[in-house]
Design a protein around this ligand. Structure first.
Ligand code: SF4
Length: 510
């Protein structure tokens, strides 16, 4: 038997205007005798940067599953009382940024379904599927479409898994279903007593396994293992399914691995204190900065980062160039972490809500400003203007990644192609558009070298347009594909400018 309950949903109109980050974070615990809901809460806290629209935890105690989820940050959704009521030995946690389907309570995760024999299944998904339309057809044929209003690829997957589990068990159902699912997926799911984790054959998104004294943990990033005191064991391998229960840990392969790890995790998405494929994200970012200094030198007085994600690359740039490193911008860490909408007057202040210049540091200096990416260019334009107003003599912008020219279909919500500044303008055009004295990007080769991964094991499609997982035709992909089908307007979402992409800030910033 399973149960599901909710708190009062937060009105969509009250959500933060920009700021949520893209994709999702997943976390799972199997640990008898531990407070698994609280461990999951802290795990999700460490993964909050991966999704700030909704959060949820399911707990199983051997006889039932309870799911608690809502719109909002982890700290807004859960309190001591709720966490204390979630008792069991298996937990699945999820923090969401919507890359498929709208931001509604129904689309928050873990998703939940019951099987025909009455057992439950809760699931958390990080990534984006690319054969969602095909999976939906299968779900329609089998009468598995959600009746709870969910419009996500993750919910479809849960329905198909639950259907298969009824006669052959969940583990076997997953081994049979997953080879037919295409796209990026890191899954953490459970029935009443077993925790499962699976990673797509390309391993696009990270997923790691950790050990507790009395149990096991799976998480999107190693930083989440650290925060709950779990030791890193290994990555969940691409194409691997793991099951953990009282009998121990079982591993099976459902597909031949063909690794294509997301390069963007290294430069922007993952926490700097995370390790991916054995490489520290912080060290990668510092190294990119060093290479950037060699490739894009400039005479200047001070290297300043755009906080926070530009910091490691700025450190590397300063080290390699010999130009002193300094702080010139102070970030308000709490902007975008509240559900109070800024008034029109406040919103017009734009970037000043997030960053404020240190005028004494900036006045009379030639600055090298290091940022991680340029998507639409709006942030950099406002930033350059702000630094000039604060007295900078020159502003040289250096970007720790190549120009982004293509959207992502594997779990990141970029702008549409038309909105990406590097699509419409050449280097000098972008420089003039943002008002910088000079502009330089890191090369793809430097980025790949800094990650210490072979090029063949990485996805770099947003820079190159070479998508490692085949995409369906235009009409069959897009953030709101399932909602479009429901309304009979399938095909409205073209893949290179999907409906809903870029509707707010092009790349949601941390
Ligand atoms: S397209 Fe870019 S953001 Fe998407 S998975 Fe590939 S490298 Fe990552």
């Amino acid at each position: 038997m399973a149960d599901q309950f909710r708190t009062g949903p937060m009105p969509v109109s009250d959500q933060p205007e920009v700021e949520p980050r893209e994709e999702c974070g997943v976390f799972g615990v199997w640990a008898p005798g531990e407070e698994v809901a609280k461990l999951t809460y802290y795990g999700l806290y460490a993964l909050q940067h991966r999704g700030q629209e909704a959060a949820g935890i399911s707990v199983a105690d051997g006889s039932q599953i309870v799911v608690f989820k809502d719109l909002g940050l982890v700290s807004q959704v859960f309190d001591e009382q709720v966490l204390s009521s979630l008792r069991g030995h298996v937990a699945v946690g999820h923090c969401r940024y919507s890359t498929t389907g709208s931001t509604t309570w129904e689309n928050a995760q873990p998703t939940f379904r019951t099987t025909a024999i009455g057992s439950g299944l809760s699931l958390g998904h990080n990534g984006n599927l690319v054969n969602t339309a095909e999976l939906r057809e299968r779900a329609v044929e089998q009468g598995l479409l959600s009746r709870n209003g969910a419009t996500t690829d993750s919910d479809l997957l849960t329905g198909l898994l639950a259907a298969g589990a009824a006669d052959k068990g969940l583990e076997q159902a997953a081994v049979e279903l997953l080879p037919t699912v295409r796209g990026a997926y890191c899954l953490v799911f459970s029935d009443e007593s077993t925790l499962y984790a699976a990673r797509d054959p390309h391993g696009v998104r990270p997923l790691v396994l950790g050990r507790l004294e009395r149990g096991w943990v799976v998480a999107s990033e190693t930083a989440a293992l650290d925060i709950v005191g779990a030791s890193f064991v290994r990555e969940v391998e691409p194409g691997e399914l793991i099951a953990i229960d009282a009998a121990g840990l079982r591993s099976s392969r459902f597909a031949t691995p063909d690794p294509k790890g997301c390069l963007f995790e290294y430069i922007y998405l993952a926490r700097p204190d995370t390790t991916i494929a054995g490489r520290s994200v912080h060290a990668t970012r510092v190294e990119i900065g060093r290479k950037l200094a060699a490739e894009q030198p400039v005479e200047a007085d001070l290297v300043v980062p755009v906080p926070e994600s530009g910091v490691p690359a700025a450190i590397g740039y300063a080290q390699a160039s010999g130009i002193p490193y300094g702080t010139a911008l102070v970030k308000n860490a709490y902007v975008g972490r509240t559900f109070i909408q800024p008034s029109q007057t406040i919103r017009q202040l734009g970037i000043r809500l997030k960053l404020n210049p240190l005028r004494d540091v900036i006045r009379g200096k030639r600055l090298v400003v290091v940022d991680d990416t340029i998507v639409r260019g709006n942030t950099q334009r406002a930033l350059v203007r702000m630094l000039r107003e604060a007295g900078a003599l020159e502003v040289h912008v250096r970007i720790a990644a190549p120009p982004i020219r293509w959207p992502c279909f594997y779990g990141i919500d970029f702008a549409s192609r038309a909105e990406l500044i590097a699509n419409g303008l050449d280097l000098d055009g972008i420089r003039r558009s943002i008002g910088a004295d000079s502009l330089g990007y890191a090369t793809l080769e430097s980025l790949i070298a800094a990650s210490e991964q072979p090029k063949t094991r990485l996805c770099s499609a947003c820079f190159t347009g070479e998508y490692p997982i085949e995409l369906p035709e235009d009409a069959l992909i897009g953030k709101h594909l399932l909602e479009g089908i429901e309304k009979g307007v399938a095909g409205a979402a073209a893949p290179l400018a999907p409906a809903g992409y870029g509707a707010e800030d092009a790349l949601r910033r941390p």
